[in-house]
Design a protein around this ligand. Structure first.
Ligand SMILES: [Zn+2]
Length: 216
């Protein structure tokens, strides 16, 4: 039988899991909303049982190609700060993707392990083309971080709603923004085949339980 201490520790651990999953969801939602608002791209994100996550923002190369691209990369970490004001939605955590779609989730996690960390990608963008001007590297870094903070403040409700959907479902897709650019789809492979991640689960923001209550 479980002791009181064990039960309490387990409950605390569960809360920590929810909290870290929520922070990951905000991070990935920051990327996806930035790709949509800045480029009109469709995007998607997934969060795993171990609290890690991934966003597909339609960028094919690791190092950002432009200021806006670097901003979309920085928007992930910038969006994490929203967890100070917003709590995770009051919904149970879904069946982990690793359990529901073991093959596709395994492939996705293997791909994630190959990705360049955001901070490395941003640093390389800061230096790229200005290798001989180290003072400029730091200024570029400051500009992109400040722009990412502004972006998150401006689009905070969309980011929080997207993160809430991701939290509750484990995967989320946002459609392209009409008139903003070329649609890009690509988070999931093998749509329709058994064991793959569902392609059609877009964020509709339709479910009241997906709405997040702003903390007092
Ligand atoms: Zn990121």
């Amino acid at each position: 039988m479980q002791t009181l201490e064990e039960a309490s520790a387990q409950r605390c651990h569960g809360l920590t899991d929810r909290r870290s999953r929520w922070t990951t969801c905000l991070h990935e939602a920051g990327h996806v909303v930035a790709a949509r608002r800045l480029f009109g791209r469709a995007g998607g994100a997934a969060v795993f049982e171990d609290g890690s996550g991934v966003a597909d923002v339609g960028r094919q190369v690791d190092v950002p190609a432009s200021f806006k691209d670097a901003l979309a990369t920085a928007a992930g970490a910038a969006a994490e700060s929203l967890d100070e004001r917003y709590s995770p939605p009051p919904v149970p955590m879904p069946v982990p993707l690793e359990v529901a779609y073991p093959e596709a989730a395994g492939r996705l996690k293997a791909d994630v392990a190959e990705l360049m960390p955001d901070e490395v990608a941003i640093a390389r963008w800061c230096i790229h083309g200005r290798e001989g001007e180290p003072d400029l590297w730091a200024r570029r870094h400051g500009w992109v971080q400040a722009a990412a903070q502004d972006f998150v403040a401006e689009h905070r409700q969309e980011i929080v709603d997207t993160a809430a959907a991701l939290f509750g479902r484990g995967i989320v897709r946002l459609p392209a923004l009409p008139g903003k650019g070329v649609a890009h789809v690509g988070l999931t492979a093998d749509a329709g085949s058994q064991g793959s991640l569902p392609r059609g689960c877009q964020t509709e923001h339709e479910s009241p339980c997906d709405r997040v209550v702003e903390r007092a």
